[in-house]
Design a protein around this ligand. Structure first.
Ligand code: C5P
Length: 247
């Protein structure tokens, strides 16, 4: 059992399984959604929102009692990524991402930095998540960048490297949840985007699963954006998904 699972399995944490993606371009839009989503506990802040609003937006979310999944997909030399992870710990983020293709040394430095920084400050380390192969890349595009392996083998290979480097979770497409869980059991927490309830439009997402299907396959967290944020009532949409998961 991963450290993270151990900490969260004591209570009903179903609401914590649903991470709402704040894919908007301003603080006002983000905070308006957050205020509506009173029962949502974790919000994803990605490159778009963080680039324009930065750490003060993370603080705004904390002031509203929310947890932050900082999705910046770090990829640089080990020292630089470790430094960014330390800043994530100082910002009290709950989860953050880095690219597994940055290599074992980069991931291990990040994992060490998170642990050290958290210990020094007497706080909980964020859950570090490795991004394996971006779902926008197919076998052909992997070849273009010099990778001979097919997508699935590359995902498994990178997930294995992440685990060996002390990383506790990965982000993967819904179609990879099962094989990751089968191969690495509970060693890796799985965060899955590409989730669509039956009643929501697929939009540009192709390989989709419903929230219940994704959890059944072993997803520990679901990242859901538009089905919630663009619903007539985001809060009702969130509660509807929560109900579906609980039943
Ligand atoms: O609106 P939607 O539910 O499609 O949003 C999904 C979120 O998950 C977005 O923030 C998107 O960037 C992210 N994501 C994704 N597919 C991936 C990785 C991340 O949709 N493979």
């Amino acid at each position: 059992m991963s450290l993270h699972e151990g900490k969260t399995s004591m209570k009903d944490n179903t609401a914590e399984k649903i991470i709402v993606a704040l894919d908007v371009s301003s603080r006002e839009e983000a905070l308006s959604l957050v205020r509506q989503l009173k029962d949502t506990q974790i919000f994803k802040v990605g490159l778009q929102l963080f680039t324009v609003e930065g750490p003060s937006l993370v603080k705004n979310l904390h002031d509203l009692g929310k947890k932050v999944f900082l999705d910046l997909k770090l990829h640089d030399i080990p020292n630089t990524v470790a430094g960014a992870v330390r800043m994530g710990v100082r910002m009290d983020v709950h989860m953050m991402t880095l690219h597994a293709s940055g290599g074992k040394e980069m991931m291990a430095s990040a994992a060490r930095a998170a642990k050290e920084e958290a210990e020094e400050a007497g706080k909980k380390s964020p859950l570090l998540l490795a991004v394996t192969v971006l779902t926008s890349l197919k076998d052909e595009q992997l070849k273009d960048i010099g990778i001979g392996a097919d997508t699935k083998s590359q995902v498994l290979n990178l997930a294995g490297l992440a685990l060996q480097s002390g990383i506790e979770g990965i982000v993967c497409s819904p179609k990879e949840i099962e094989v990751i869980k089968k191969t690495y059991k509970k060693g890796l927490a799985v965060v899955a985007p590409g989730i669509r309830p039956k009643w929501a439009a697929a939009q540009d997402q192709k390989r989709i699963l419903t929230p219940a299907q994704a959890v059944q396959k072993g997803a520990d967290y679901l990242v859901i954006g538009r089905p919630i944020t663009q619903a007539p009532s985001p809060h009702d949409a969130f509660l509807r998904i929560l109900d579906e998961l609980k039943s």
